[in-house]
Design a protein around this ligand. Structure first.
Ligand SMILES: C[S@@+](CC[C@H](N)C(=O)[O-])C[C@H]1O[C@@H](n2cnc3c(N)ncnc32)[C@H](O)[C@@H]1O
Length: 236
């Protein structure tokens, strides 16, 4: 038996407890330590609540706080400290899991930990999960992209000018992380005739899920961190 444990990056899907893959469940059953990422906005502990039913009773849960990454170089020390804590557990022979909402390789804190751990020679297994935008499309019955549509995925935390540039060309569009500048995003969509087709979903698959079809009417309301907009040019 290896004396160094395996590190599992586990996508647990966006919230619906039935949207974990068999592979994610099997990985969750193998781990001795679960890293539960938390941000200042707290929503990442949702990943822990999705994962919890599958954990061995003896699993140790370690909460690690991560900043919202705007400038990785400036935040690197926090990530390095969290990576060291993971390494310590792996070197102690424990299998360590890192639970991620949706998919781990898609706009996730996991990516930074993965990149710091990879050169350290530990065994890493990344388990893909259902990303929120795909679960949302299925949940609301909204096909995301037809035949030759080009799907654009925009994190609304990007510069507003960049968002507008992409929206000018966009056909089928997913806007993620819209909590921060929601009114500006609504205006940018309206100016490009993309607002009538827009649907906003908050906390998809969770008990307090919200689906909003008249997005413009909600422009001035605060949004939950877990909110995504799907829109598209109208199809005949
Ligand atoms: C840091 S990204 C994580 C993306 C995640 N790795 C994925 O695969 O979906 C956080 C953003 O994902 C979207 N998101 C994640 N879970 C969601 C949910 N349950 N309902 C709606 N949007 C969600 C929101 O746009 C949120 O701001």
């Amino acid at each position: 038996m290896d004396s160094i444990g395996t590190f599992y990056g586990i996508g647990v899907g966006p919230g619906d407890p039935e949207l974990l893959t068999v592979k994610a469940i099997n990985a969750l059953k193998k781990i001795d330590v679960l890293i539960a990422p938390k941000t200042e906005k707290k929503s990442d502990s949702v990943a822990l609540s999705i994962a919890r039913p599958y954990l061995k009773p003896s699993v140790e849960i370690i909460f690690q706080t991560f900043p919202m990454v705007r400038d990785f170089a400036a935040e690197k020390k926090i990530f390095e400290a969290n990576t060291d804590e993971i390494l310590k557990n792996l070197r102690g022979g424990k299998n360590v899991g890192f639970a991620t909402l949706g998919d781990p390789m898609f706009y996730s804190t996991y990516i930074y930990i993965f990149e710091l751990l990879e050169p350290r020679g530990v065994k890493i297994v990344t388990v893909s999960g259902v990303p929120a935008f795909l679960a949302i499309a299925a949940q609301i019955g909204r096909p995301l992209a037809y035949g030759n549509d080009i799907l654009t995925i925009i994190p609304a935390t990007a510069e507003l000018d960049a968002i507008k540039n992409f929206l000018d060309k966009a056909d089928a569009t997913v806007l993620m992380k819209v909590y921060k500048n929601f009114p500006e995003v609504v205006d940018a969509l309206a100016a490009r005739n993309l607002i009538d087709e827009a649907i906003l979903v908050s906390r998809c698959g969770l008990d307090d899920e919200k689906i909003i079809t008249d997005v413009a009417a909600h422009k001035d309301e605060p949004l939950n961190y877990l909110s995504t907009i799907l829109t598209r040019r109208s199809h005949e």
